[in-house]
Ligand binder design. Structure first.
Ligand code: NI
Length: 183
């Protein structure tokens, strides 16, 4: 199947799942599929800058990366509809609910690092996409925490994808403008 067809089929599946909850991007009225297609766009452009990049797998993981965390999609469903490799990748990108909040990101990053570099690339692309102007109700502490977490992602995923690492580095720097105490 052509990459374009894989993109369309996967986008349709993921968009439908997130639409069942009427999920929007936090702080906006935009449907969640906007976030998913932005992550896939980062992956597509990064693939042009990366040798030996499994674009079809990475596109699927990018579009599906929040289905286990935010929708009623199951691991078995991802395995049957896509592949076990895709289901394992989405699972690694999903925070576990049975561990303390402070350990959730570190645990997810550890599981991501055990898989192929494309999975790390999707995590980088996800945070690049999310480092836009924060929702207005976020406190100074929350913004600072979000930037700190982005630095943790960048450090832990070192070597996953040079192009996206550089993009994330620049986004983290830009985000500093939101990390000032309110006066
Ligand atoms: Ni996401």
């Amino acid at each position: 199947m052509k990459t374009q067809s894989i993109y369309q089929d996967t986008l349709k599946f993921a968009a439908g799942k997130h639409a069942e909850n009427n999920q929007t991007i936090p702080g906006t009225n935009l449907p969640y599929v906007v976030h998913l297609s932005n992550v896939a766009m980062e992956i597509l452009i990064a693939s042009q800058e990366t040798e030996q990049f499994g674009i079809e797998f990475a596109i699927q993981v990018a579009l599906l990366h929040d289905t286990l965390e935010d929708t009623n999609t199951t691991f078995e469903e991802l395995t049957e509809t896509f592949s076990l490799e895709v289901a394992n990748a989405v699972s690694a990108l999903t925070k576990r609910n049975d561990i303390p909040k402070a350990e959730k990101m570190k645990d997810s990053l550890k599981r991501i690092k055990e898989l192929s570099k494309e999975v790390g690339a999707v995590k980088l692309a996800d945070r690049i996409t999310n480092l836009q102007s924060p929702p207005s109700h976020w406190s100074f502490e929350k913004r600072l925490e979000y930037q700190k977490e982005a630095i943790q992602i960048l450090e832990e995923l070192k070597g996953a994808n040079t192009y996206l690492e550089n993009r994330l580095k620049a986004k983290i720097d830009e985000y500093s403008r939101y990390c000032v105490p309110e006066v």
